[in-house]
Design a protein around this ligand. Sequence first.
Ligand code: ADP
Ligand code: MG
Length: 231
Amino acid sequence: ILEELKKLEKLKVVSDIAASISHEVRTPLTVIRGFLQLLNEKNVPEEKKHFYIKHSIEELDRAQDIISDYLTFAKPSLENVELLEINEELEYIVNVVTPYATLHNSIISFQTTDELTVVGERQKLHQCLMNIIKNGIESMQNGGELSIRVRKVNENAEIKIKDKGVGMTTEQINRLGTPYYTTKDKGTGLGTMVVFSIIKIMQGTIKVESEIGKGTTFTVTFPSIIQENQY
Ligand code: ADP
Ligand code: MG
């Protein structure tokens, strides 16, 4: 019975969040519609065109992120499980989020000391690490460096993501991953919910250390596969 109740509770949260997600996705759509209308006017100056298009793309990306976070939250299972090379995946992720970092006057530094293979779904691993990295970038209001470090700890792949942003109090850290927790104007609070659920299904761990005004470090570990051909 307890299991049944838990399932019902989860369904309720999933449907409540669906309602707020529809709202969250409508906002970027409305903004994009407005920009398209402006672009359609006669004699739009070149720099205005550039501005409208740039912001439309940003809003489209935002709508897309919200939808994929919601889908992962509603159905947090691993589908196409593969062997993933952590360093390769991180290089890809860093490439994808670098324009976002640049937009926020930030730079990403990535260093690794070990080759590590983990089991999981590529797209979910990307989503998980990308959400942590984006939060780190967003936490540095005047820009700064976001550092990513990979190493082997025991039989695990450890990924440390460190920002020099606003930081969090213990209360704020404890609210991470709970529905609707956001401190941002355009936030959803879905990002860390998804981070926690992906780490759980990949049998990983997560640790958060933070100091107000100094920054935050997320330490994520995943069990790694021992490669026999290493010997
Ligand atoms: P969103 O980014 O949409 O607000 P998230 O679930 O990704 O939702 O994050 C929830 C909240 O957790 C953020 O609004 C922010 O207050 C806090 N947070 C998450 N990561 C960091 C970080 N690296 N530094 C400071 N605060 C953070
Ligand atoms: Mg976020």
